[in-house]
Design a protein around this ligand. Sequence first.
Ligand code: NAP
Length: 327
Amino acid sequence: MRAAYYTRRGPAREVLTIGELPNPEPGPGEVRVRLATSGVNPSDWKSRSGLTTSAPLPGPVIPHSDGAGVIDAVGPGVPAARIGERVWIWNGQWQRPFGTAAQYIALPSAQAMPLPAHIGFAEAACLGIPALTALQAVRLARIDEQASVLIHGGAGAVAQYAIQFARLRGVRVISTVSSDEKAERARAAGAHATVNYRTESLADRVADFTSGRGVDAVIDLNFSANAASLPGIVRSHGRVVVYGTNDAEALIPALWLMRSSVSILPFLVYELAAEDRRAVLSELGSALEVQSISHNVARVMPLEAIAEAHDLVQQGGVTGNVVLAID
Ligand SMILES: NC(=O)c1ccc[n+]([C@@H]2O[C@H](COP(=O)([O-])OP(=O)(O)OC[C@H]3O[C@@H](n4cnc5c(N)ncnc54)[C@H](OP(=O)(O)O)[C@@H]3O)[C@@H](O)[C@H]2O)c1
């Protein structure tokens, strides 16, 4: 099969190769998916470059956990009826060397989720990481009708879904952005208000938005940059859900957090507990069926442009998801 892969960590254009690798065969409990698309996420360039891990590679690594396609073979124990099913994939390259940047992937049947006919393969390649992360963040925030939430970086791939899931729960959303164009994106996803965090006072704008009370929850994608701003933004006993940080360490307002009984809840979407995994898959599945969320595909590029796609995601040069078309 044609695949993109790397055998050492480093810059995208130096280490990513397109070539032929053997077709995978589905083992017991597995399906093989003929992939139509592969989604690129920040964690893909971070692990490829060596930023987040320097663990030795087991051999060639086909990157990307997200993708979509059609099941074309099943292993022992999987009903043959799954053959021909349109699916989207989660954790395709989590603790496994062969991800979705290839014509085929073989993986546990439970990681290939049914894809409703009305959702395209490009959109389906945004679900495994961005949509599931957003949904888990909103669940952890424990917000429902009448609550308010600050969602940082409202034009980001994950945040665009988080705004929508918060709105589906009837929550009031204020979101940080860095430009008018990004403010428009955040509002289009459903944010009631936006704050340009580079030019405006976040504390003042949150105070206006909540009549001085502070938001009930914060959903943060860059904790090392934003932790210092928490006092005056989140109310006592509020929750701060963290799914991203640009630096490995963050300076936190520890005394204020303790006095305010504010909880900090970091999580990794690859490592959801089984109960949480079931809950997010079920809720996302229902949202997909009734089309209550929209998707934000910014660019579709050929598999051969994988190095350019990684660089685009790394540089933050696109607003929305970058997806590779396999065939
Ligand atoms: N924990 C997990 O399981 C998990 C899952 C998915 C993603 N992540 C991580 O979450 C982060 C976001 O992922 P993504 O796919 O949504 O990325 P993305 O599409 O590139 O979006 C990131 C957005 O954040 C904005 N931003 C950056 N710094 C900010 C700050 N200090 N305050 C507010 N906004 C800020 C960026 O715009 P400006 O720079 O213009 O403000 C951009 O719009 C990445 O670090 C990623 O690795 C973690």
